[in-house]
Write a protein that binds this ligand. Structure first.
Ligand code: OGA
Ligand code: NI
Length: 360
């Protein structure tokens, strides 16, 4: 059976880091394919207003029996109303985060030829390159990606795991263990909040499959006219995002407005993905998000996607739709089919999850 990351490739596109070096000189224009009229078209809430509005969840409070109930109510409300929150006191050791950040930054600084040793192969979405480019006339995102399948361990394809910097593989492995632990803990509490047995939710994520996507957004002189990553929802249960340097760029959408998410405050950013919206029968909302770029500074981020196991069926959890529990609001589909559909189209807001929605 095809692995989700090996079923559909992306059309080849230029390396954006190299392109940026060539066309960030004065008098140079960036190619038309990167110009996005929609980039500045909608209101963006930023600064104190966005920071004070976006929910913050404290994992140490969630895990402490004295405060767990109260914090779990906050968690549920963040997942229902935002599909996004900042997670503090997550327990991922500082050195694990520091080492990953350092190795990622060093990797992207390597000469292009060295990075190309890990290029995505045709019909693959693992390695260094770009995803979601499905037609020659599609607009392009101002970023390079580096994607790896990190869990379960036997699904790792070490050809794509960089040997340079030398500590990179260990850094990824340690970060992967820590984030898997955090994700499991969150899923268990989310099950409690949804009113289902934790096992029935955890079973969908058996073996804790995990993918890592490192995003590199070069600076762009015409930053206001490009997008680093098109608006999308994540094809995952839960994504944990790390801002690797202090350049902001992530924006999340709520009630038709974009909220800019500050960079670097030690928090992990938690994104509710499509699959959790469907499993929860719409109790939780996946969040549409995008990334913008900076005029003079590079931006780096790392997203860890927690995905269903290969055999999983993605559909409302039976406990939520049986015995008068409510009607299913989404069709069920095999996880592999879901991923095939996701990777064979361009990124487009909530389109994937909406294609499974049932009009009641
Ligand atoms: C992603 C993503 C946003 C960012 O990789 O799916 O949404 O801030 N990244 O880089
Ligand atoms: Ni995303």
């Amino acid at each position: 059976m095809a692995h989700p990351n090996r079923m559909t490739g992306s059309l080849p596109v230029p390396n954006v880091q190299a392109l940026a070096q060539a066309c960030n000189r004065p008098d140079e224009q960036i190619p038309e394919r990167y110009i996005r009229p929609e980039a500045g078209a909608e209101e963006v809430i930023s600064g104190y207003d966005s920071t004070s509005a976006i929910p913050v969840i404290d994992l140490s409070k969630l895990c402490d029996p004295r405060s767990s109930h109260e914090e779990c109510v906050k968690l549920g409300s963040a997942c229902r109303q935002w599909g996004f929150f900042r997670l503090i006191n997550h327990g991922v050791p500082d050195d694990v985060i520091r080492d990953l950040k350092k190795d990622m930054a060093e990797f992207f600084e390597l000469p292009l030829e060295a990075k190309k040793a890990y290029s995505m192969l045709p019909n693959s979405l693992e390695g260094y390159g770009q995803a979601f480019v499905v037609s020659e006339d599609q607009k392009l995102d101002w970023a390079d990606m580096f994607a790896l399948v990190v869990r379960p361990n036997e699904s790792r394809d070490m050809r794509f795991w960089p040997a340079d910097p030398p500590s990179f593989r260990t850094s990824i492995d340690r970060y992967s263990c820590e984030t898997a632990r955090v994700a499991r803990c969150l899923l268990e509490l989310m099950a409690e909040d949804m009113g289902v047995e934790p096992e029935s939710l955890l079973e969908v994520f058996r073996g804790q499959p995990q993918g890592l996507r490192m995003n590199y957004y070069p600076p762009c002189r015409q930053a206001g006219e490009v997008l680093g990553l098109s608006p999308h929802t994540d094809a995952a249960g839960l994504t944990l995002q790390l801002q690797v340097n202090d350049v902001p760029g992530l924006q999340i959408k709520r009630d038709g407005k974009w909220f800019a998410v500050d960079a670097l405050d030690g928090a992990l950013l938690v994104i509710v993905g499509d699959i959790l919206e469907i499993l929860s029968n719409g109790k939780y909302r996946c969040v549409v998000h995008r990334a913008v770029v900076h005029p003079s500074r590079e931006r780096i981020s790392a997203a860890v996607f927690h995905r269903p196991c290969r055999e999983a069926v993605v559909g409302p959890l039976p406990e939520l739709v049986k015995d008068g529990g409510g009607k299913a609001r989404y069709r069920s589909i095999s996880y592999l089919d879901y991923m095939k559909r996701y990777f064979s189209a361009k990124l487009d807001g909530r389109s994937h999850v909406e294609s499974l929605q049932i009009d009641l």
